[in-house]
Design a protein. Sequence first.
Lengths: 242, 306
Amino acid sequence: MLEIKGLCFSADDGAERIDILKNIDLTVEDGTFLVLTGPNGGGKTTLAKAVSGIVQPTGGKIFWNGTDITDMSITDRANLGISYGFQHPPRFTGMKVGDLLSLASGGRKLSRIDCCNYLNKVGLCAADYVDREVDTSLSGGEVKRIEIATILARGSGLMIFDEPEAGIDLWSFAKLTETFRELHNTSKSTIIVISHQERIISLADEIAVVSGGKIAERGPKDELFPKLIGNGIGCEYMRKGN
Amino acid sequence: MDKLDFTLLKEVALMDSIPNGAYNIRKNGGSESRFSTDNVRIESKTDKEGININIKSGTKGETVHIPVIITETDYQETVYNDFFIGDDCDVTIMAGCGIHNCGDGESRHDGVHTFYIGKNSIVRYAERHYGDGDGKGGKIMNPETVVYIGEGSTVQMDTTQIKGIDSTYRKTKIVVAKDGNAVVTEKLLTHGDQIAESDMDLILDGENANGRIISRSVAQNDSKQIFRPCITGRAECFGHVRCDSILMDNAKISSIPAVAAEHTHANLVHEAAIGRIAGDQLIKLMTLGLTEEEAEEKILEGFLGE
């Protein structure tokens, strides 16, 4: 179970202090598929990065399966079963896709069949990609899909995906939503996806709207989803966020 | 040969034992061991230090090892090795030099390799440089490689120097004839106060000649690197030079790729980039459970393809 208590994060740009996360409380039960949505700049990515240790919060606590991980390193959190798929993944000149997937899976060299399995799930043909370098020869959408494949290969207890749909073409996106559905149905992992896409939001058990650094609303998908798409709630939060 | 010799041989020529095929092992200026085959004849030069390697036309699937090891301190040599490779060959040549210097004198190997390659042959040439030993004496290598690629022939040349060599000046000249192809991959890691300099001239001399230079380097600590790869197009041809470097600590790198066209249908491109290891690269690998040090190691390992 993931428990976030009174989480705050403030950035200081020299001239003024900007509060990005304002006293966030959020509990995510094991095996839940939670979608974080809300306006740009609302704090979703910062929240995800705080959970994975990339951003150090300025206040509050984070517990994973009862362990206080607030001051733990990124590495230690990763080894406790927390993984984070970047919104803008970095590239690695010289490193092959198969090697990156092997690192993700825990370091042992993955077989081509295993690589193929993970790459197929994100709509990539393994034969074309396993030996390619994760460098600038790949398009943004390809790098993004490989990033998602690393999280699948990692198989963590908590998987966080930051806007997995960004930069991905329509055909691959259909495959991706199917993969998320299958992942949720077949694994016990807790899945948190930051997304604005109806098709991904519709897969969720629960939705949390993050806006202005706060959890503006949280509830079961069946309750919140119609409001988001039908009643202009999104617009309301957009206005608040901006 | 003793254990130390095999340690050096493994580093420079990936040899665990006496190899299959023709070989010549040079140690401290003498020929430690030599073997010729029906197709590959190795013989000493009579006018200067070095060997001639003659490979018959039609030789396919053979590997030639010609490593050099130096285990004496205060020993310097210049060696000339000439390769005469016939038509329709498909061969692999493993060269390289390992220096173990435990003393205070300078150990230096300057190897001059010249290749004369016939028509429609495929030649893979790998050269690795390695140095160790805790003496104060310098470990220095100044290789010079000249390659004449015949019509329709392909040469893949891989040079690697990972640590241990205090100073190196590498000079390479490759001339590619009609329908010929050259792919040169240079990998280098310097550390401490090492200096590495490389001048490379790739001349595309015939119609449909192809040339690629791929340079990957890492400079750590206070080391310095200078690269000057140049592709010249003298006919309708395609050439691409790409240099990528990772700069760390207080190191310095100059990367100066150049292209020169002497024909209106010469298609030549160069790219160069120098950068540090990006923070998000380290963070990404840390989110996969690696420590920062392990992440850095993996990034460098991938970059240098080791």
